[in-house]
Design a protein around this ligand. Structure first.
Ligand SMILES: [Zn+2]
Length: 293
């Protein structure tokens, strides 16, 4: 269930509005209240944390916050000057990203969606100093979000207590600086419910990413366009399914040569959040010596 997207999560948990948190039911005005106990719907935790989309959504949240930074109004009535100022800021940010990093940000694409995809958001967080300078958003906040995203997408086991401390402190920084712009439901989920989702997940949370399913989208398009019969929708889907099954067959997958990935390096803050192999050995040794005594 960790591969489904947020629309499915909302539908499956009976939440009609996408602006509500599907885990605790809070709306965007409640997201700024950090110190109250929430009724957590434990069944909703099986949807995981959707690491890949989390990075895109958090990146967009920072962008939209940056566009409004000078007007300091989230919704509601805006004068013409305020609207113009917002548009002007948006254009300036887009131009600077394009000239200084080559990134095309927040532009519609000709066929589907917009340019805010996994790669753009990854590149944005690669250089938090420049991102902070261009957007005008607090550097520490962007850096901390980078650490959190790095930790949850790493595939290593995370200590939920350390994660919670770090995430809540980050949420506090956000609320202190930008209380006029509520967090998005995704940012709320990552910062407020992240620890409990990590704790309840059977595997390290980064291994439950929806990346594998997303990587098949391009195959899906190719199989439909070049290999499927088009005279009936049913037959078309049947051919696509067969081909997806064929190409994901364990035997065929095991024959395929796997590209070696570059060894990852982590930020010190991210490393500190991992459950280290050393501490596991230490706790095992101490329990052994307890038994002896
Ligand atoms: Zn919530």
């Amino acid at each position: 269930m960790t591969m489904v997207d947020r629309k499915v999560c909302n539908a499956a948990t009976g939440k009609k509005s996408t602006s509500r948190c599907y885990i605790c039911g809070a709306t965007s005005k409640d997201f700024i209240k950090l110190d109250y106990t929430r009724d957590v719907n434990f069944a909703a935790l099986e949807f995981g944390i959707s690491v890949l989309h989390a990075r895109i959504r958090i990146f967009e949240c920072i962008l939209h916050l940056a566009y409004k930074l000078q007007v300091k109004k989230y919704r509601g009535r805006k004068s013409k000057e305020e609207k113009d100022l917002e548009d002007k800021t948006k254009k300036e940010i887009q131009t600077r990203f394009r000239t200084e990093t080559g990134l095309i940000i927040d532009m519609p694409k000709s066929n589907f969606g917009n340019t805010n995809d996994g790669n753009t958001s990854r590149r944005f967080f690669e250089n938090p100093k420049l991102a902070a300078e261009i957007t005008g958003i607090n550097y520490e906040l962007i850096y901390r979000l980078k650490v959190i995203l790095e930790a949850i997408s790493s595939g290593f086991k995370i200590d939920p207590v350390k994660y919670e401390r770090y995430a809540l402190e980050t949420a506090r920084i956000y609320v202190n600086l930008y209380d006029w712009h509520p967090m998005t439901p995704t940012m709320h989920k990552i910062l407020v419910h992240g620890a409990v989702i990590i704790e309840k997940a059977l595997l390290p949370i980064g291994q439950l990413s929806e990346e594998a399913a997303e990587a098949r989208n391009k195959h899906f398009r190719c199989y439909r366009q070049d290999f499927a019969r088009k005279f009936s929708r049913k037959d078309c889907n049947q051919v696509i399914f067969n081909r997806l099954l064929l190409s994901s067959d364990p035997l065929l997958s095991s024959i395929r040569t796997v590209k070696k990935r570059k060894a990852e390096t982590f930020l010190p803050e991210t490393l500190a959040m991992f459950v280290s192999a050393e501490s596991n050995i230490l706790s095992e040794n101490s329990s052994e010596s307890d038994e002896e005594t």
